[in-house]
Design a protein around this ligand. Structure first.
Ligand code: GLC
Ligand code: CA
Length: 535
């Protein structure tokens, strides 16, 4: 590793959904001591930072994304001491900690909201978005919709007004235009940075501000009522830019702190507009890998779109999985073996940008199927029988073939995938060809070659149909990556200099000593990952 190593740029970030990672006390819910007990596993895997989905006290209307106290830890996850110990123990292993801050809304059980709804005169009244109904109070103030279903306005009998919520009605939106709220929000960053937290993932940050005049959105065609509107006035307001700059300047007053934003309803350009110096270090462009279908040309195009949109002083990030979307293994119908997932892993870990992994991705965990009575996710409940719930990708981590996959000693809060008997950490550690060992190898390769991290990214084809191939290059190394996304053999026309150079194979899941090139062609087996370094 060179001196210029910057953890959030060179490193790999691993998302943990704490409820589902490791349960240390046998209540069926994952917790912080459970995570501490798995730090050696994570260090050995070779990741550099952990992003923890929310661990603040929460009544769990949206499983932690409805916070009842920003400056404490949910007792089911552990104590403040446990969290401080997690930070220390992670740092000892060179692993950073990123916290998820959900500052767009609180839980309806947050003391602020309890006060706010108590009377029109309460000093916290204006901390949330309260409006009188339209047409003499009979109708909601405007036509805004909640993304989780139904109207975005909830009538509150006690004071005869409506409050606004973009998500469930148990998640009232804060009024970021109120200076006290703003100051309080900024204090949360300092509170955790002072305790050693290295970075923050900001939940739906581009939703903090809504139109000052509460104008109705223009209409459009769509599937759910939420999609019948162009979200011009309920999201992405220009006022956000001041908050972005303020957050960044707070973090810049500490050493090497990081902020990554989760954009909501934002295209690649809008997402990129929040990034760069004086703004956020990064924001999720879900249109790069996560929302793109299995096709090399489309992946390349999406990544280039992200690069084009980002200012030169920003850095791309890539993600294949998270807690809101079906896992890639399920999305691309990986089948029984993990060959296709090896190709996906190699793409994520060798293209230009910071990779984000999601727990269990390294095992090729598949989504669970939940019956109606098993649904936990509020989105799944509201839209049933539409298959849009997010429980599928949140099932417990599969550690071993023990009961409940070694996740817990008791029935977990969400069922474990039945394939845990064979698909688990212990089994894959013992199998040299497993996906887990493949990830480990790739992560190690990334660590060993700076060219794979900060190097140039030079695609070898413009609209590839079967193979994604590119060069990663810095002053020290030229690395050729060729990924065959097709089931059948492919050959890649290279010709020219590339075939005259001498190459060493850094990694191939298929090659066994056969010649690399044939008359200027690089030959690839189906789903082959081939990574070469110039001698
Ligand atoms: C973000 C989170 C999602 C949550 C929502 C509301 O999109 O990723 O899980 O439900 O915000 O907080
Ligand atoms: Ca527990």
């Amino acid at each position: 590793m060179t001196d210029e190593w910057l953890w959030w740029k060179d490193g790999v970030i691993y998302q943990i959904y704490p409820r589902s990672f490791a349960d240390s006390n046998g209540d069926g819910i994952g917790d912080l001591p459970g995570i501490i007990g798995k730090l050696d596993y994570l260090a050995d895997l070779g990741i550099d930072a952990i992003w923890l989905s929310p661990i603040n006290p929460s009544p769990d209307a949206d499983f932690g994304y409805d916070v009842a106290d920003y400056k404490d830890i949910d007792p089911r996850y552990g104590t403040m001491d446990d969290f401080l110990q997690l930070i220390r123990a992670a740092h000892q292993r060179g692993i950073r900690i990123i916290m998820d801050l959900v500052l767009n809304h609180t839980s309806e059980e947050h003391p602020w909201f309890i006060e706010s709804r108590s009377s029109l005169e309460n000093p916290k009244r204006d901390w949330y978005i309260w409006r009188s109904g339209a047409e003499g109070g009979q109708k909601p103030p405007n036509r805004w919709q909640s993304v989780f279903g139904g109207k975005a306005w909830e009538f509150d009998e006690r004071t005869g007004q409506y409050y606004y919520h973009m998500f469930t009605r148990q998640q009232p939106d804060l009024n970021w235009r109120n200076p006290e709220v703003y100051t309080e929000m900024m204090s949360i960053f300092r509170y955790w940075a002072d305790r050693g937290v290295d970075g923050f993932r900001l939940d739906v940050f581009n939703n903090y501000f809504k139109d000052a005049h509460f104008r109705d959105n223009p209409k459009k065609i769509g599937i759910r009522p939420f999609d019948w509107q162009v979200h011009l006035y309920d999201t992405n307001q220009p006022e956000m830019m001041t908050a972005v700059a303020d957050i960044r300047s707070i973090l810049d007053s500490y050493a090497e702190r990081y902020v990554v934003g989760e954009t909501f309803l934002a295209d690649t350009k809008m997402t990129a507009s929040y990034c760069g110096s004086g703004k956020f270090h990064a924001a999720f462009d879900f249109y790069s890998l996560l929302k793109t279908t299995w096709n090399p040309g489309r992946y390349l195009h999406a990544m280039q779109r992200q690069d084009d949109a980002l200012p030169v002083d920003a850095w791309p990030i890539h993600v294949l999985n998270n807690h809101d979307n079906p896992r890639i293994a399920t999305r691309i119908r990986a089948g029984k073996d993990d060959e296709k997932l090896k190709v996906a892993a190699a793409m994520l870990l060798t293209v230009r940008g910071t990779p984000f992994m999601y727990y269990g991705e390294e095992l090729g965990m598949r989504d669970i199927q939940v019956s109606r009575s098993e649904i936990q996710d509020p989105v799944g409940k509201h839209y049933w029988p539409l298959p849009v719930g997010r429980d599928g990708c949140r099932s417990p981590m599969q550690w071993s073939a023990e009961p409940y996959g070694g996740f817990s000693k008791t029935t977990p809060w969400l069922k474990i995938h039945q394939n845990y008997l064979s698909r688990n950490v212990q089994a894959q550690q013992a199998d040299p060809d497993s996906l887990l060992n493949f990830y480990k190898y790739l992560l190690n390769l990334r660590r060993s070659y700076a060219a794979l991290r900060g190097g140039l990214f030079i695609p070898l084809h413009h609209e590839p149909q079967r193979v994604l191939s590119f060069i990663r290059q810095d002053n020290d190394h030229r690395i050729l990556v060729a990924l065959n996304l097709a089931r059948g053999r492919s050959k890649l026309a290279l010709g020219g200099d590339i075939t005259r150079y001498q190459w060493d194979v850094l990694l191939s899941n298929k090659k066994k000593n056969q010649p690399l090139f044939e008359k200027g062609w690089l030959k690839l087996e189906g789903y082959e990952v081939c990574i070469l370094v110039q001698k």
